[in-house]
Design a protein around this ligand. Structure first.
Ligand SMILES: [Zn+2]
Length: 98
C-alpha cells in the first residue's frame, strides 16, 4: 500500500546547467539574458530568460564551455564572457553549493 504525501511543501527547484543537479532556487546563482546581454542576477528578479548555476567553480567552467549559451539559447559575446569570467574569479574551488 504505497502512500505518498506530497502536499504542503512547495520549494522552488532549479537545475544547475553546469552539473545538472537539482537544488532549491536559493542555493543557486541566476544568470539572465536580457537585451544588453547576459548578466549575473543576484536578486533573481531581473526580467529575461534565466539559467541557474551553483556557486561552484566547476559548474561555471562547464557553463562557460557551452552550458549557459545552450540554456539561454544564445551565443556568449566577448562582453558576456568577460562578465561571467569575472564572477567566476570570485569563486573558489573550495566553495560548496551552500
Ligand atoms: Zn552545479
Amino acid at each position: 500500500m504505497p502512500k505518498k504525501p506530497r502536499k504542503g511543501r512547495h520549494v522552488p527547484q532549479r537545475t544547475c546547467v553546469g552539473c545538472r543537479e537539482v537544488h532549491s532556487k536559493r542555493s543557486l546563482v541566476r544568470v539572465v539574458r536580457g537585451p544588453e546581454g547576459i548578466f549575473i542576477d543576484p536578486t533573481g528578479k531581473m526580467a529575461g530568460r534565466g539559467a541557474y548555476l551553483h556557486n561552484r567553480l566547476e559548474c561555471w567552467e562547464k557553463g562557460l564551455h557551452g552550458a549557459i549559451a545552450k540554456a539561454l539559447k544564445t551565443n556568449l559575446t566577448a562582453d558576456d564572457r568577460e562578465r561571467l569570467t569575472n564572477f567566476m574569479a570570485t569563486l573558489s574551488k573550495e566553495t560548496s553549493a551552500q
